[in-house]
Design a protein around this ligand. Structure first.
Ligand SMILES: *[C@@H]1O[C@H](CO)[C@@H](O)[C@H](O)[C@H]1NC(C)=O
Ligand SMILES: *[C@@H]1O[C@H](CO)[C@@H](O)[C@H](O)[C@H]1NC(C)=O
Ligand SMILES: *[C@@H]1O[C@H](CO)[C@@H](O)[C@H](O)[C@H]1NC(C)=O
Length: 161
């Protein structure tokens, strides 16, 4: 009886593991997985954790970004390698994010983050607001836009971004 219960619990546990999109694939882009709404939310929150908070750009890119990601930042070429190469050195001068908003529209396959960064002491860099837009194809992030604004010296708003 106990054994039966135990194996039921184990079956339930393994079901939960395999039902999650987190069967830890090498990449969500290859081969492309079909995506349900909650999977896109789950995948995007993992991406944000690894890319935004851990700043683990190469590993996050390998797992979540299309190698051929279409890039709209005016200073970065297409492709995840160019994005990784550009973002690391820029954000090395900033602390943060000190504030974040994350919005996911899983029906449209779009996700948005707003992050507030603070220039590291001694750099003279101001506070900056960075909005990133991402488009999913299935479970893979295939397109990126961003809008970046630095706090003007005479800003009237004490709580920008
Ligand atoms: C990036 O890829 C898109 C889609 O293939 C293309 O339209 C665009 O011209 C490419 N941009 C650059 C800078 O090569
Ligand atoms: C940003 O956050 C860090 C720690 O998370 C804190 O030490 C710092 O004071 C914050 N800066 C601003 C301007 O909010
Ligand atoms: C801030 O300074 C710029 C340049 O001096 C000026 O054009 C702008 O009107 C100022 N803005 C505010 C809100 O004072």
């Amino acid at each position: 009886m106990l054994l039966k219960k135990l194996s039921a619990v184990i079956a339930c546990l393994s079901l939960r593991t395999s039902a999650s999109p987190v069967h830890q694939p090498q990449s969500f882009c290859s081969p492309s997985y079909p995506a349900s709404g909650w999977e896109i939310r789950d995948i995007f929150s993992q991406y944000v954790e690894q890319w935004v908070y851990q700043r683990d750009y190469s590993a996050a890119a390998a797992k979540y970004l299309s190698p051929n990601i279409i890039q709209h930042n005016p200073q970065i070429a297409n492709g995840s390698a160019a994005m990784v190469a550009a973002v690391g050195p820029i954000l090395a001068n900033y602390d943060g994010p000190n504030f974040s908003l994350v919005v996911v529209d899983e029906e449209k396959g779009l996700a948005v983050t707003l992050n507030r960064y603070v220039g590291k002491p001694g750099t003279g860099l101001p506070i900056a607001g960075v909005t990133d837009f991402y488009r999913f194809d299935g479970t893979c992030i295939v397109e990126h836009w961003d809008v970046i604004e630095s706090l003007p010296p005479n800003s009237t708003n004490p709580d920008p971004f």
